[in-house]
Structures are given as C-alpha cells and as structure tokens.
Ligand binder design. Structure first.
Ligand SMILES: Nc1ncnc2c1ncn2[C@@H]1O[C@H](COP(=O)(O)OP(=O)(O)O)[C@@H](O)[C@H]1O
Ligand SMILES: [Mg+2]
Length: 488
C-alpha cells in the first residue's frame, strides 16, 4: 500500500530543502515522504505553504461589490528534508531529489522510525501524541534526568498542566521527585480527574487516576495549606543572616551583629536552644534596647508558625524513594521562599553527591524568581551548580517559567530538553530561539500561535524538534484560573 500523493517537486532542488506544487493546501508541519535515487523512503516536513491565485486587485474589488469572478488557484510549498534511518543513525541523501519526483504524505511507521519515536517501556514518560497523528511521544526519563528539561510558555499556556503530566509519569515509573510549588497547585495530583471526554480518553488512551499513596506535601504555612505537614528548619543549621530572612528583616546591616550576639549568648547557655529560649534571652538583654525587643517580637511570630525548631524536617522525610514530595510555598514571603529553596536544594545536592539519598528529579516552578538572569536570588548559586553538575550525581532539574528571558541563561542553557508551549513575548521568543538548536523560522513562528495543549518538544532524544498534543491528565489539575465573573 502506498500513501496518498500530495504533490510534485519543481524548480531548483537542494540537499536540505525543495519546492513542491501541491494538489490541495496542506498544513505547515505535515510530514511528507519522497523516494530517493536509491529507492529509500526519505522523511520530509512541510515548512511553508503558499496559495497563489490570479485574483488581482481589480477583480477582488468586483467581489466586494457583489460581483462574481472566476479565480484559479495553485498551491505550492517548501519542504525540509529530515532524512532516513540507516544503522540507527539519521542520514540525509547526498544527491538532490529529481525535479518532478512525486511527494507523498508520510506513513506513520516512517515518521516514527526517522524521528525516533519509540516505546521506551520502563523509562518512557508518555506526554502526548505527535500532532495530527496516532504516534505516542515518550520522553526517556533517564535522558531527562541526565540532561535536565525546561518547560516554557506564557502564563496560561499550559505549563503546570504539562508538568502535572510529567509528574504522573514519574510516579508511574516510581521516580523520586520533589517539586517546588510556589502557588500550591500540585497537591491535586492526589485525586483522579473528574472526567475525561470519551473521545479524548480513547484517542490518548488515558484513564482517570489519582496518586494519593505516592504524594507527601510539606509547607512552611500549614494553616493556609491544610493538607501539608509542617516544613521546619533546624535552628542549629541557620546562621544569623538566614535568621534575619526568616524573621522578615531586610535591614541586614542594622540587625546582623545583634542577631549574631543573640545566637551566641543563647547557645552558650544551652546548645539545643529553642525559639522560646531566644526570645527570653533577647528580652533579658539590657543594652541596645529596642533592637533586641524588635528581634523578640519577630521571634514571637516565628515561634507561632513553628517554622524553626530544634529539629528540622529530615531529608529522609523530604526525599522518599519512588514518591513525590510537594514543597508548597503558598503564602510564604518571596525571601522565605528563596531561603527554603536554597536550603533544600543545597542538602539535596550534598547528600546526592554522597549517595545518601536516591537519584531524584527536582522541579522548579517560577524559576525566574529563584535563579533570575538579572539580580541575585539567595538560591541562584546552588541552582546554577545543580544545573551544571547535578547530572553527574543523578540530580535532574526541571525548570519551569513563563519568562524564559528572565531565567538565568547558564541554568536555561543546561536544559538539553525543552517543552515549549505558546510564547508570545518577543524577548522570550528570542531567548528560546537562541537557546535551541535546529529550530527553524517556521517553528519559531508556530510557537507564537500554538493552541493550549500543544507543545514543541526538542532534545528529548528525537531527531528533530516535533510538535506534540499533550495527553489529558489522569489526575486533577490544580492550576485552574480563578474566575472573577462566574460563567452564566
Ligand atoms: N493539555 C491540556 N489539555 C487541556 N487543558 C489544558 C491543557 N493544558 C492547559 N490546559 C488548561 O489551560 C489552563 C492553563 O493551564 P496551566 O497549566 O495552569 O497554565 P500555566 O501554568 O502555563 O499558567 C488550565 O485551566 C488548564 O485546564
Ligand atoms: Mg502554572
């Protein structure tokens, strides 16, 4: 059986691309095939389509005035040659195709073979279907951990939904993961989604499923985030500067020396001191009066939150083999969030180096806040270290952001795999175009108009960037935008 002929090659034919006339207009991105001189089927992709007509301005004006005119049309396009597989490698013919050669719609086995779409069994994360086809797109989880991945799109573009899909796959494959969740969106992965429309459920082969047994959630603020257990930090592991961050004191210069002095005085009396001890000692210090009273008041507040204790949450509670831990930072001040990320990321890196915790995947939502391109966040340094060295130690990073241009370039450039949904801001589009190899102008244009739920996948072990329709979530998506005016 041969597939449908869609056109013929014409004009000057190159080794990388060719022009073709089309029998009817096709969508940009369509996969095509051409047989080469040696009889091999070669995969190509339509990069540009044109509809030419003999309708000139005068006759178009007649149409405006209700007249009728005959229009003759012709379609043509430009296609890129992707290649054929031989000995496991993708090769491109070294002789241009013959002008007049017939161009067909590519058959799915050829597409799958050349792009490298395969079922990875134990290590495949099924994220969706190749756009317009019934071919599963599976990312190799080992490749993701070793090469890091970024998920980029404008707000509302579907990042959190897609990250949810990835996390479901990690959980199915018992991959240990930790997610930094600044908006408290990910706890809903515990519950199965209410409904998947039948047509989508059949096409994507996805059933509702919750992951309650595999999810742990911690938060510095358990009054707001009631499903979470308290995330606490050990007093003895904090230095004076970090204390000031937790206390919300920005005037480091004015308070650093008194804070140091307070910690020293308290520790002398009792090395296993509590926040209560600090408050008592602060209130007992005569000199410096109002400074220590201010510290005491802030400590009163921190005491109530329970964020700091003699014994912090242990790493073994945060990193549980085969499970997912959500660090829900909803309600915490930005500098406290940075400090939490710094503390946990540093211990993950140190303990992973020593093999004390299992290989794990760290998902960083709102990455532009934790490792910004301009300015410094407390967490910048450790995140850069993990981006450049984490792979050696089995510490994979998933960087999620709606402002790619504002994420530290050295972190973003370490992500060898990218999942890109709709991006419209020109600066962000440029940042992406610069950081991805093999992105054509056509693809760059396409990502600006992608519908919600379609993403560009690059570097996931596939021969070329490809577009993927993200599969429905099995679990509930927690990032629904809040409606100010309810639907009528
Ligand atoms: N693949 C998808 N299929 C169906 N709906 C989606 C998909 N991706 C996103 N959505 C919907 O689009 C909205 C925005 O998605 P979300 O992931 O929260 O955006 P972001 O995190 O990029 O701001 C959500 O309400 C979600 O239900
Ligand atoms: Mg989001």
């Amino acid at each position: 059986m041969t597939s449908e002929e869609v056109g013929r090659i014409y004009g000057d034919v190159g080794l990388g691309e060719f022009h073709l006339t089309l029998a009817s207009p096709l969508e940009r991105g369509e996969y095509l095939s051409v047989r080469d001189e040696h009889g091999r089927m070669v995969l190509c992709q339509l990069d540009d389509v044109q509809r030419q007509s003999d309708l000139n301005v005068e006759r178009a004006a007649q149409l405006v005035h209700g007249g009728s005119v005959d229009v003759s049309e012709a379609y043509n396009g430009r296609a890129r040659i992707l290649g054929y597989r031989e000995g496991g490698l993708v090769r491109v013919p070294q002789i241009p195709f013959a002008p007049g050669a017939s161009v067909h719609r590519a058959e799915e086995p050829l597409i799958a073979e050349v792009l490298g779409l395969k079922s990875n069994g134990n290590t495949g994360a099924y994220v969706g279907l190749l756009r317009g086809h019934n071919l599963k797109v599976e990312l190799d989880i080992n490749v993701l951990v070793q090469r890091h991945v970024s998920v980029l799109a404008k707000t509302g573009g579907g990042k959190s939904y897609l990250v949810g899909v990835l996390l479901e796959e990690f959980l199915r494959h018992k991959v240990t993961c930790v997610i930094i969740d600044p908006h408290g969106e990910y706890g809903s992965i515990r519950y199965k989604t209410e409904h998947i429309p039948k047509e989508r459920s059949e096409r994507f082969q996805v059933e509702p499923q919750g992951f309650r047994d595999q999810v742990n959630e911690f938060s510095p603020d358990t009054r707001l985030n009631t499903e979470a257990e308290p995330l606490t930090f050990s007093l003895s592991h904090l230095d004076a500067r970090e204390f000031l961050t937790f206390l919300g004191i920005q005037n480091v210069r004015g308070y650093l020396a008194p804070m140091k002095s307070l910690l020293d005085r308290t520790a002398i009396a009792n090395p296993d001191y509590t926040v209560k001890d600090l408050i008592r000692v602060a209130r007992g210090i005569e000199e410096g009066g109002s400074v220590y009273e201010m510290l005491a008041q802030r400590l009163d507040y921190i005491e109530e939150t329970g964020l700091l204790g003699p014994k912090g949450t242990s790493l073994n509670e945060l990193v549980v083999p085969g499970k997912m831990t959500i660090l829900n930072l909803r309600g915490s001040a930005p500098d406290v969030q940075e400090l939490v990320v710094t503390k946990v990321a540093t211990s993950f890196f140190d303990q992973r180096k020593r093999g004390k915790i299992p290989p794990l995947f760290l998902v960083l939502e709102e990455a532009h806040n934790f490792c910004p391109q301009q300015g410094q966040a407390a967490s910048s340094r450790i995140l850069k270290t993990i981006a450049s060295e984490g792979r050696k130690f089995g510490l994979g990073l998933c960087v999620v952001s709606q402002r790619p241009a504002r994420v530290d370039k050295s972190v973003l450039s370490q992500c060898a795999a990218q999942l890109i949904l709709q991006v419209t801001n020109p600066l962000d589009v440029r940042a992406i175009a610069q950081s991805i190899e093999g992105l054509t102008d056509g693809m760059t244009e396409t990502i600006q108009g992608l519908p919600v739920g379609t993403c560009l996948v690059t570097g996931g072990g596939f021969a070329t960037p490809l577009f993927c329709e993200v599969r429905p979530r099995s679990s509930r998506h927690g990032g629904e935008s809040v409606k100010i005016v309810p639907n009528s």
